[in-house]
Design a protein around this ligand. Structure first.
Ligand code: ZN
Length: 552
């Protein structure tokens, strides 16, 4: 019920809508009143009208659906912003189109400038095949190229990039990685996981101003999709360790300038935990906009690159089980980092895709809890993509957060069965089983390697319909969840995953007024239409940060 208000009234009222609050005591209200950054009250339009004063702005919802602002629990925000301005390869439908887009991009950029990111998708080519450097060398004689497959675990370098990095047939293989080679042993341009570092080390790192510029672009992009909070998993690969300080610096500079409006939880690479611990930083340190204290570690690769670490071999590659990440190549060292980081009060968020990697991390979490004692530590497994049925229950028992990105399920769902076979796909992206086992689901996008749009993620979790139109009834349909469950995972679930559920995730008195006004009622429409739904207005801390043209 509304509280007494001063004579001037509240700052903002959202009226006559269907406002999904995520407050179990009053899940839906017609109107809410906002004072300053916070929600003052929610209720019927008549109740809230009492709080209106002469200076109150009113947004007439006209029956529209409002949800708490989406909190993307797993993004790579700098890459996301940078990729908006880089070559667009995801929608290239053939190797020729892939080459032509790189050629065109090179023509409009100065000689010597690196061509990076890109997100190429060889599964969209017929037949699907990995590109090699000679496909693009002719169109990029003066531009070093290092572009990523959609999963970012596999990269393509051109001849110039390999020359600059002094990589040739004599270059030794890298533990935790793969150098693609031709029959003579010459590198063919493909670099997977830890081998990526061979090229990455010669790419000039972005400076703080460049990082900040990309973050601003990313923020603008996120607001268009109703995203009001992000959890930045930062850089991937060895660059992560060198540049994590610069990224924090870039965020701080934006914060000081008053330009950072999206709420950010920035994760630090696990191997750097001592830097935070020495300062006494613990999980969830910071202010309402910028927080640190989460550690991001890697235990394996990806399914798309066949480097996710499984107990049994890949169905289409019977000698390969995938393998550990470079961090987990030394399991004692990685465990010591996890144990030390946890003991220091920092939060562990570990990437695990294959069932073996998931099991190893669950084992480690168990040992850590035994050793450091029980506390509210909110262990996270990032992706939690393939989990053995016997391990699913352990997520509930250990209260592990399954930080999942449902869009991957409809992207990889096109071809995953060929990689791992019909038995294991039953356990793939098992949102239903994990939730039923008591795991907290926290949803995100993994942007830049997938679209940031949470509505695409919700569509994916609800329909499990692969993006190529195969399995229209859903891919492993028994793992579908409801729209409400998906929204919960994208709001309350992800707020919980960053220790912020006491201040955001739901629309109730005292919490931040972070919300999204949607063009359609995603709880009422056919699931197919969720994909066409857009965000009309995004509000962070009571301020309109995005309004779609033509919407009121
Ligand atoms: Zn990621």
């Amino acid at each position: 019920m509304p509280m007494n208000s001063s004579k001037s009234g509240v700052d903002l009222i959202l009226d006559r809508g269907k406002i999904w609050t995520e407050n179990p005591r009053e899940p839906e209200v017609e109107a809410i009143a906002i004072r300053g950054k916070y929600i003052l009250a929610g209720g019927s339009s008549a109740d809230i009208a009492d709080l209106k004063g002469p200076n109150t702005r009113v947004i007439h919802l006209e029956g529209r659906r409002v949800v708490p602002g989406f909190n993307d629990a797993h993004v790579h925000f700098y890459y996301g912003g940078a990729s908006l301005a880089s070559v667009q390869l995801r929608t290239a439908k053939s190797p020729q189109e892939f080459r032509d887009r790189i050629a065109k991009f090179a023509q409009t950029h100065p000689k010597g400038a690196w061509i990076l990111l890109g997100e190429w998708d060889p599964q969209a080519w017929t037949p699907s095949s990995l590109p090699t450097h000679d496909l693009i060398d002719g169109v990029t004689p003066d531009h070093p190229v290092f572009v990523n497959r959609v999963d970012a675990h596999t990269m393509l370098a051109n001849a110039l990039a390999m020359k600059l990095a002094a990589v040739d047939r004599h270059t030794a293989d890298v533990p935790g990685g793969v150098i693609g080679r031709d029959a003579q042993g010459n590198p063919n341009g493909i670099f997977i996981d830890a081998a990526k570092s061979l090229i990455e080390r010669v790419i000039p790192p972005p400076g703080v101003p460049q990082l900040a510029g990309a973050i601003l672009k990313a923020q603008k992009h996120a607001f268009q999709f109703g995203v009001t909070s992000i959890q930045d998993m930062a850089f991937v690969g060895p660059r992560a360790r060198e540049s994590s300080g610069d990224l924090f610096h870039a965020y701080q500079s934006l914060l000081k300038r008053g330009d950072l409006n999206i709420r950010v939880s920035l994760h630090t690479p696990l191997p750097q935990w001592k830097k935070l611990a020495n300062l006494g930083v613990e999980a969830n340190f910071g202010n309402e906009i910028l927080q640190i204290g989460g550690l991001k570690g890697f235990s394996d690769g990806s399914l798309g690159s066949s480097t996710a670490w499984f107990l049994d071999a890949y169905t289409d590659d019977p000698k390969n089980c995938g393998g550990p990440s470079d961090e987990l190549c030394d399991p004692d060292d990685m465990f010591a980092n996890m144990l030390g980081g946890d003991k220091a009060g920092l939060q562990l968020a570990i990437h695990a895709i294959g069932d073996r990697a998931n099991r190893i991390i669950l084992d480690s979490f168990e040992k850590i809890e035994r050793s450091n004692g029980v506390r509210d530590r909110r262990f996270r497994i990032e992706h939690a993509q393939h989990v053995q049925p016997s391990d699913v229950a352990r997520f509930g028992k250990l209260r592990v957060i399954a930080s999942m990105q449902p869009y991957h399920c409809i992207d990889d769902g096109r071809w995953a069965c060929g990689r791992i076979g019909p038995r294991r796909v039953k356990e793939a992206w098992a949102a239903r089983s994990l939730k039923d086992a008591g795991a907290v689901l926290a949803f995100g996008s993994d942007w830049w390697v997938a679209p940031i749009d949470p509505l695409s993620g919700i569509y994916a979790a609800v329909t499990r319909r692969p993006i190529d139109g195969s399995s229209p009834g859903g891919w492993v349909p028994e793992q579908k969840i409801s729209v409400r469950e998906a929204v919960h995972a994208y709001t309350v679930g992800s707020a919980y995953a960053s220790f912020q559920d006491h201040v955001k995730g739901s629309l109730q008195a005292g919490k931040f007024a972070d919300l999204a006004i949607l063009s359609k009622d995603i709880f009422a429409i056919d699931a197919e239409e969720i994909q066409e739904t857009t965000t009309d207005i995004t509000i962070v801390g009571g301020e309109v940060v995005y309004q779609r043209e033509g919407s009121a």
